[in-house]
Design a protein around this ligand. Structure first.
Ligand code: ADP
Length: 492
């Protein structure tokens, strides 16, 4: 039995998707040392992955720089075809990709499959958008002059991705870069590199040229060195990062020396507003979808449930009943709805959040502790208040604190009292209020009477300290494109 089979408990239909080396200039690169990737559901090792270093990053940057002239000169239609081929390969291997994802990240297999399809939809979308990188012809005063605006690739791009969506965060960055004509150097999370490397294997099979995608896996203790090398390189013209706000700030500071363009998707602290006139069933289902998907480890997760007086008690009791019924376990088992948390640090953070809330007067409705060694029970806390850590910080786990409010005005003030501004949710049957509140919320995305908000067709991103730029949608290429104006004179 291979290390993988022992650790994951399931074989792959296509074992050659399990890549454990980095990819630099089209060559699989073993590096000098390796590090263990383990299954968060069991703690068992799954693979020994290359732990690449700064020298390898420099090699990846050079490979990307060498690939750039040819890649940018490839016709938009050809780039589109190659991306579409990658999309079809991802879909063809979706079951294996979902298995890899669940094994290294922990989410239930059904959620992994949804992530594979969701992630693939960005590749499909940007394959289509690649053909619409239109410029402009702008009328100007002087009749002997014509003015053109070109949209050109920004150059070599870097991408640093997190562990909570090991597949979708990669495609959301790599697909628009490639569509625009930019090569990429990708550093996946140290906890979930296998999904990224399987995706890289599929780019090779799709015929995407050597050096256009380079993947540099590394252990956590090399992340700072690799991040610094990417930021310091004048060749890298754009850096896209999804992860914690602190690391985002650090990358922003480090990128100042080379005046790099940045796309940052950082932490959220999503308010979830439920008004008296909301449909209780749909509010509770929206809450479950938004809060407990991926065991609460998503940046658009509802973080604070703000519930109006009149519906408060009914909402708390229904949410508690539903949360308590969710089944925790190893994500490869059928019917498991909540997988393990990513690591021990995350479990300890949940315990601290609960202890802090209880010490400030919160009431524990359900959950509140670990189940076994690796799961945290779906938790509902009522009587939450602004002073608690769960109000101030991104929880990133399966804890739902419920706050009570009286008026619409109070709710908006409370919702906006955060330095983050990624997602927000509002549940009401009053259409006037729906629009009013949606417009007043300081965030990049609103789920209005729904807990599910993410689509390749829509811009994804935040305001305030949740980040810069938008991923997906027809605006998603903007970060990877420079505008160049050309003034054509003497045309009379
Ligand atoms: P988390 O704490 O949830 O892992 P992070 O923001 O620390 O979130 O990690 C997101 C990504 O950023 C990962 O790929 C991680 O390796 C990377 N990372 C962590 N520290 C640094 C750093 N100093 N420079 C660049 N990347 C980093």
């Amino acid at each position: 039995m291979t290390l993988w089979e022992a650790g994951a408990g399931q074989p792959l239909d296509d074992p050659s998707l399990l890549r454990t080396d980095g990819l630099i200039g089209g060559r699989w690169t073993a590096g000098k040392v390796r590090h263990d990737i383990s299954n968060p559901a069991t703690g068992e090792p799954l693979a020994k992955v290359a732990n690449l270093d700064e020298g390898d990053v420099e090699a990846a940057i050079s490979a990307a720089a060498s690939a750039f002239p040819r890649w940018r000169a490839t016709s938009a239609r050809q780039r589109s075809r190659l991306l579409m081929e990658w999309y079809h390969l991802i879909r063809r291997h979706e079951d294996d990709l979902a298995r890899i994802l669940t094994a290294e990240q922990g989410k239930p297999l059904g959620e992994s499959l949804s992530e594979v399809r969701y992630g693939a939809s960005y590749v499909e979308w940007f394959a289509e958008e690649a053909r619409r990188l239109n410029g402009e012809i702008v009328p100007v005063e002087d009749t002997a002059t014509r003015a053109l605006v070109l949209r050109q690739p920004v150059g070599v791009c870097a991408a640093i991705t997190p562990w909570n969506f090991p597949l979708a965060m990669v495609t959301r960055k790599v697909a628009p870069a490639l569509a625009a004509g930019c090569p990429v150097v990708l550093k996946p999370s140290e906890q979930t590199p296998l999904t990224a490397l399987a995706l890289a294997e599929l780019t090779v099979r799709a015929g995407i040229p050597d050096g256009v995608i380079n993947v540099v896996p590394a252990a956590r203790d090399r992340a700072a060195e690799i991040g610094a090398a990417l930021c310091a390189s004048p060749v890298i013209r754009h850096l896209s990062f999804t992860g914690s706000t602190d690391i985002g700030r650090l990358l922003m500071r480090q990128s100042a020396t080379t005046v790099k363009r940045l796309s940052l998707e950082l932490g959220g602290n999503a308010p979830f507003l439920v008004f008296d006139d909301a449909d209780l069933d749909s509010a509770v289902e929206g809450a479950i979808a938004s809060k407990f998907r991926n065991a609460g480890q998503t940046c658009v997760c509802a973080n604070r449930f703000l519930v109006q007086d009149g519906i408060h008690d009914a909402f708390v009791s229904r949410l508690t009943e539903r949360a308590a019924s969710l089944r925790c376990g190893n994500g490869i088992e059928r019917d498991v709805q909540i997988g393990p948390l990513i690591d021990e640090r995350a479990l300890r953070r949940m315990e601290t959040v609960v202890t802090d809330a209880l010490s400030h007067g919160a009431m524990l409705e359900t959950g509140g502790q670990r189940i076994g060694q690796r799961h945290f029970a779906p938790t509902v806390l009522s009587k939450a208040s602004h002073a608690m850590r769960c109000a101030q910080e991104e929880i990133f786990g399966p804890i739902a604190p419920v706050f009570r409010f009286r008026t619409e005005e109070d709710a908006i003030l409370a919702a906006n009292a955060s330095e983050a501004g990624l997602a927000a949710y509002v549940f009401t049957r009053d259409m006037g209020r729906l629009i009013r509140v949606s417009e007043a919320l300081e965030c990049g995305m609103v789920g209005a009477n729904t807990g599910r908000i993410s689509n390749a067709e829509l811009p994804f991103g935040g305001v305030k300290q949740s980040g810069l730029g938008r991923e997906g949608s027809r605006h998603g290429l903007d970060d990877y494109v420079e505008l160049k104006s050309i003034t054509l004179g003497g045309l009379e």
